[in-house]
Design a protein around this ligand. Structure first.
Ligand code: HEC
Length: 118
């Protein structure tokens, strides 16, 4: 019983991260991706239009790595956050050469922006 009370108290104390997300700011963060990604067609990386909610490795005509094809991921906000923080850790052997986004606010904003790109 004590454990339950503690858990409830911890959940209540967690900040509401989603409130901070700012799609307009995320558009600027997306500049980091533009070297390789476009919205509407494949480039060095796969088309990111509509990526939120999509299964990994499923853009028609893009040649993915085996690692990405077999990742079994779906790009929801949580999965995307983990991937962008450290792409090589989330999908070992994938071919996206990107150091990762270190600032959680940048990440939140970027994901909010991508959610608007359907
Ligand atoms: C240096 C080039 C490069 C940069 C910069 C880059 N990517 Fe990628 N990205 C790739 C490549 C290449 C792949 C394909 C990976 C594979 O098949 O293993 C990829 C794959 C992805 C995927 C998986 C898409 C799918 O259809 O499954 C997502 C999501 C993604 N990138 C998001 C981003 C975001 C967001 C940024 C900016 C923060 C970014 N990438 C920056 C090259 C890049």
């Amino acid at each position: 019983m004590r454990k339950l009370v503690l858990a409830v108290a911890m959940i209540a104390a967690m900040p509401v991260a989603a409130q901070a997300a700012d799609a307009e700011a995320g558009k600027t963060v997306f500049n980091k991706c533009k070297a390789c990604h476009q919205l509407g067609k494949n480039a060095v990386g796969p088309d990111l239009k509509g990526v939120i909610g999509r299964k990994a490795g499923t853009v028609e005509g893009y040649k993915y790595s085996e690692a990405m094809l077999n990742s079994g991921l779906t790009w929801d906000a949580a999965t995307m956050k983990e991937y962008l923080a450290d792409p090589k850790k989330k999908v070992p052997g994938n071919k996206m050469v990107f150091a990762g986004i270190k600032d959680p606010t940048d990440e939140e904003n970027l994901i909010a922006y991508l959610e608007t790109q359907k």
